[in-house]
Design a protein around this ligand. Sequence first.
Ligand SMILES: CC(C)(COP(=O)(O)OP(=O)(O)OC[C@H]1O[C@@H](n2cnc3c(N)ncnc32)[C@H](O)[C@@H]1OP(=O)(O)O)[C@@H](O)C(=O)NCCC(=O)NCCSC(=O)/C=C/CCCCCCCCCCCCC(=O)O
Ligand code: FAD
Length: 647
Amino acid sequence: MPANTMNEDLKRERQRCSFDPKELTYLLDGGEEKTEERRQREKFFLDDPELSETAPSDYLSHKEKYEHAVKKACIVFKKVQQLQAQGKAGMQNFREVLGGQLGSAILRDGNPLGLHYVMFIPTIMGQGTIEQQAEWISKAWNLEIIGTYAQTELGHGTFIRGLETTATYDPATEEFVLNSPTLTSYKWWPGGLGHTANYAVVVAQLYSQGICHGIHPFIVQLRDEETHLPMPGFENVRIPWNYMLMKNGKVLKDGSYVKSPSSKLTYGTMIFVRVVIVQDAANYLRKAVTIATRYSAVRHQSHIKESAPEPQILDFVTQQHKLFPQLATYFALHYSGAWLWDMYNNVTSELESGELDRLPELHALACCLKAVSAADAAQGIETCRLACGGHGYMSCSSLPITYGLVTAMVTYEGENTVLLLQTARYLMKAWQNCLDGQPLTPSVQYLNSVRRSFGGVYHKSVPWIIASMQRIAAGKIETAHRHMNDKIKRGVNSEDAWNETSIELVAASEAHCKAFIVETYYNSVQQIVPSVSQQLGKALTELCELYAVNTLLKNIGDLLRYSNVTTGDLENLQRWLEELLAAIRPNAVGIVDGFDINDAIIASPLGAYDGNVYERLFAEVSKSPLNAKPVNESFHKYLKPLLKSKM
Ligand SMILES: CC(C)(COP(=O)(O)OP(=O)(O)OC[C@H]1O[C@@H](n2cnc3c(N)ncnc32)[C@H](O)[C@@H]1OP(=O)(O)O)[C@@H](O)C(=O)NCCC(=O)NCCSC(=O)/C=C/CCCCCCCCCCCCC(=O)O
Ligand SMILES: Cc1cc2nc3c(=O)[nH]c(=O)nc-3n(C[C@H](O)[C@H](O)[C@H](O)COP(=O)(O)OP(=O)(O)OC[C@H]3O[C@@H](n4cnc5c(N)ncnc54)[C@H](O)[C@@H]3O)c2cc1C
């Protein structure tokens, strides 16, 4: 196939789409101007010859990959500075370029500066005093220093209160003495800690006047700014008094401790990253479903009718059932992430004025949304990979590496189970407030309405599905609450009762989160539809309905247990699902085209815009050094002597 010709199947798919994909692109970007700005930004980085992949880095050693990544991260930084000089760069650009999809395309082997921008700077902004921000932010912003966020230790990641690194205040010298006294207290996992960063925010147990005040953040220099040699000593390292980030908890120079308005404020950075992860997980999922959908429109295999030619695999309803719910899940997580980002910004500004009331609800939502978005995106990406058969297994398909990046999200920034239990903690209190007639916060208001009504009869609408999912969530919350209290009444202490009920607590948390996502998705689409063309509005509504129906059908057991749904209703839901798959089929390629993901970011021969899959696959494997010569030297070294010895 000559270069730059369009695959005929994709041509036909693009002709049958009922709406203009550009309209969806503008919608997702926030307008045509924003799309143009994004495209220009992408072009500015992706067209730079120094950043384009000449040879796939798959064939570099671990050390070479690191050095390659540092080189490119520095080029990216300089280019961002150019944008800044033109007034075109802000925090979002930095994070997007250094962390998001664009960043992960340019810096395929990881970004040595990622933690610097995504955690080190935000922690100083969130935990540092105004003076400390003035001291550190500009240096960090201009990369005069490189930081990381060192909280996790070899022995502790989840249980932060169990961290062993200590920071002991010495009033005689007005310094903190930091110490990691045991093997298990060594800081482990922080991105960039090994060779890149020369500073870190170190989270340590604060000791002053012989009293432990719990974990607090400290800035510690790791390496000399000139030589990059590690600073002397790694035990009893002394840092100046003003290297403790003191926006919340403070130590006065005489060593007296001033409590934070809330011990939870120290945890602030983790909320920020969890909020960002929701959107990031959604973006990785849409990249994977773009690859799998375009590939499924090009790939022909088997028969539906013996008399007809091999169909596009996208015409198998099972293939539609693998991919289209992933399309819908992208939008569900995208809109939930946008909602959470708004709440985060509002609550953060309230915290600035000492208003802490909404922090618990934000924490509870950030926990379950991070957990569910990371888990569902990871599962969705794996489903996309499996839907591409053997070619999906190739590393050049980009699907395995995308899956690896997103499964990491299930673990970092709070392991999923642990975070779901955090939300469950909030839900148990909410249910008790509901029983006691106390006021409920917005995200759990449905507990009241569910308690008052036994649920309406089935009708083919998303509001009915939302009510059913809220009924399931309330039922699971009530069951967990009741089982836990029954244990306590039987004499089990509250901690053991919590642990013994934790399976149901996690399930209640997940159900609460799914009900929140469906409702947020539906409300977002309801707001959008009047402002877009009738065709795009219909496509967006169909995707929302698909997400709702498919999510409910994956939960039939709970639906039967906690609602008055009949088997006839379940048959109707199955029919509705199949109708929606058929309705979405003609628009599937148009929808992923609407994501407008640059081929260089797709980075997959299966998902390129032109659909020339086989030519691109062949070109990709030709790049392997292993294919440079017809006979590899291992034949003469090892195989031939072996074969000869048999003769
Ligand atoms: C919560 C724990 C699990 C338990 O801690 P503990 O102290 O025991 O807490 P509890 O006793 O359970 O509860 C105490 C009370 O405190 C409340 N609480 C707890 N946590 C918080 C919080 N964060 N905020 C507010 N309140 C909180 C809790 O509700 C209790 O209140 P109450 O008593 O009920 O009233 C805790 O130990 C914990 O959180 N553990 C998890 C540890 C963790 O998260 N570690 C993270 C380390 S850093 C890391 O992992 C970094 C990873 C790499 C990050 C890479 C980032 C990439 C992101 C995407 C980049 C792309 C960006 C580009 C695009 C863009 O920008 O858009
Ligand atoms: C790619 C990556 C990057 C990272 N980057 C950083 C970084 O830059 N800075 C940093 O500080 N850290 C970083 N981390 C560390 C990360 O934050 C921790 O790995 C994470 O918080 C999980 O903690 P853990 O490893 O101790 O797991 P553990 O908590 O030991 O989890 C193991 C198992 O124990 C279970 N468990 C633990 N506690 C409970 C509980 N209370 N109830 C029920 N089950 C429980 C978990 O559910 C899990 O199944 C990174 C990790 C990864 C994978």
